[in-house]
Design a protein around this ligand. Sequence first.
Ligand SMILES: [Zn+2]
Length: 887
Amino acid sequence: MEKRGNCPGFLSITTGLYFPIVLIIVVIGLYARFPDLAWGIELSKAGEAGVSAELAVMRSKSLDSLGYNVYYRIVEGRDIRGSVNISFVFKGLHSESASLPLILDFAGKEISGVELNGSQCSYALRDDHIFINSEHLAEGRNELLINFIPDERPFHREKDFLYTLFVPDKARMALPCFDQPDLKANFKLTLDIPSDWVAVSNSKVVVDSIRGGLRRVEFARTSPLSTYLFSFVAGRFLRATHTSGKYPMAMYYLASDSARARRNSEEIFRLHETALEWLENYTGIKYPFDKFEFVLIPSFPYSGMEHPGAILYRSSRLLLTGSPTEMELLRRAGVISHETAHMWFGDLVSIKWFNDVWLKEAFAQFMADRIVEPLFGSIDHRLLFFTSHADRLYEVERTPATHPIRQTLDNLSHAGSLYGNIIYHKPPLVLNQLEKIMGKDSLRVALQDYLESFSYSSADWHDLVKILDRHSKEDIASWSEVWVERAHRPEITTEVKYDAVGRISSFKVKERYPGEESLFWPQKINVSFFGPGGIEDTTIEVYLNSPVVEVGIVRGRKVDYYLLDSTGEGFGFFRLDPSLAENPAKVSFNRAIERAVYSFQVWDYLLETGNINPEAFATYLYRLFGKESNGLIVQANLNRFRRFFWDFLPSHLKLNWGGRFEKLFITKMESELPPSVRRAYFKAFCACVLTSDGVRSLREFWSGEKELEGVEFSERDFCDMALELAVREVDGWQDILERQLSRIKNDKLKSEFSFVMRAASPVPEIREDFFDSLKDPYNRRHEPWVLSALYYLHHPLRNYDSLRFIEESLDMLQEIERTGDIFFPKSWVETTMMYHSSEGAYEVVKRFISEHQDYPQRLMRIVRRAMYYLSRSYFYKIRYTGEESSN
Ligand SMILES: [Zn+2]
């Protein structure tokens, strides 16, 4: 997230023309009128930079009936100028904060005067806030008028258009406001924009006229919205409309997208209509806003953002080209349904505070899955659900640095740190379990009750739990305690007893949480049993509603083997039968979901226990790739293979196994498998090739001497090949890099390649210079480029040398957080550490952790997570070879 690094607050405005005036106001403001600004403990929290939780609570109690009349003047080549009239009912401050000033949020560039109820009023500007003496406020309705210059970052201004994106905490950069999701307000927007632009916002246009060479667009007053949902787009957009359905719709797009927009528009409108209809039916509530429009923007950073009445999408997610695959079509329907579902879950009923950001995301996705499923009958949705979430969820959940779904958020400025794998990948599983436990109908009735009760308002998770509890036979409050408020996962094992002739006499499933024996996660899982010869099989649903559950139905049966959580809907470390550790390839499964679950459990078991030796695991994967044809399962296992091959497989086994896998991957690349699966094998081959024959093949693919029939390599694929060849220091590597650079047609990719190739260079000094250049935030501004470069800098074939960069990279983490996007700190550490498994790396990270005991927890978690994988691979190799620091 772009933080306040260069937002002018108190200090920077004092350097401007208004220095003497402002200084006087500030001095008087802070020390004469608000002596408690300097000393008051409560105010020091409420008034700290950003929006503290204390400030948010205080304001929700004292303010009501908010409205903003917002005006922006947008002229090419000039700063955006704005004014805002904020109307609110002041209910008085609650007793313990009676002497506090009214605190607005503003992290823009400048304000030029504040009027309160028609008269100029003194104010202080400090730490992203405007402080106004509350003694001047009238009991009841008040009006503030403020002229200002915003910070332009949340306006995403380009030559022909701009769009605003305030989520989660950037509204205060764009205008003075009370920037917290539960202080919903009606917005009335007026824009002056270039005369050949159009504008779209949350509500309908009521006036559109040309005056003084500019276009004036006035929008109707909106329904109550959270500040992060207020948005507009303006620019040279074209418009397609759809009027035959229940709601008229409009889609805005740029001229560069027009051919693709024409081809796709009908289907895009249809998908939105299907989603709207489904949601109205499910919720029993009509579409809650006054119009339905959406805007397609090529550079939009997310797939979509649910601004009511004006959803923004990244155009490539909706405008498909060529003959899209079933998965691409499904993803498009998914994102449309997700954003449409937010109109109810997130927009009509909003969260109170961003610690519940997971809640709106989880329900939007839950609804989207159910909308999309019947539209794509040929896709195995259960398998897709499992492969979409399991690896990503447990990547974090199995480490000691995991966290509960619901986290505390002390200041809105840190909202970015809440996002991550747990927020995205655990709630889908949790809601799935909630539906199993409550039943589909009860859950639906409860959600209808929740949406009705909090329409156009906001609610937190506990408000919803109370409603769920009312509609359920189960104790949802206790259920929520473990599922939502707790971190970590239980271990789930079996205890099986046999009679004299080998029939089951008792089959128990046990949930265990180390240290708290009575704790368990109530859940419904499936267990599959495979009879003699693997022919007969039965799947039984087991409700784990206590720490030990007996599965009576299999008593007296002969069973060869069984699979816990065979449909992948449970939560925990499902411990593999230890007898399979020696040879995981001993058992096989017909159903794709079972193969996916089993291969995940094998990998999970290796990571958690280290009890599968490297040769046994390599053999297992080798056989799996030999016969598996399902693309989702192949892809998941290729990802595990890369990690295993570089980090876990001891070096004395690498060349031999490397050669065998290379040959297998080449066979698969040239097989009859679908092109997407063959491509996946090619990518794995590229990343892991080791033998001289393999490297020669890679070079032939790069030069075009070899091709894969039916698989077209993109410019980016050729870039990756050239970089992998350079890392392997093949003869003529310099020539390969230069030729690759000169043959790239796409300008952006060309710039990216010339940036990344320095990190892949075989010359250590060039790599050193490159790393030094990253210390300047300006050189980190293209974050995906940096991550791609870090991969090559720390390439597994290089990590003996790149060890020297680890310490400094960790030292930079706080600054990375300050200057980078919300996901950047995590990706920075992960990409740096991904392929380090040596003693040297282990010692550096261990020292960093012990020397930074007071480090912010959100960042330390990232480091500890990296440490988990580093220590697992380091000790695994010692265990199986005594090898300590060979790479
Ligand atoms: Zn969402």
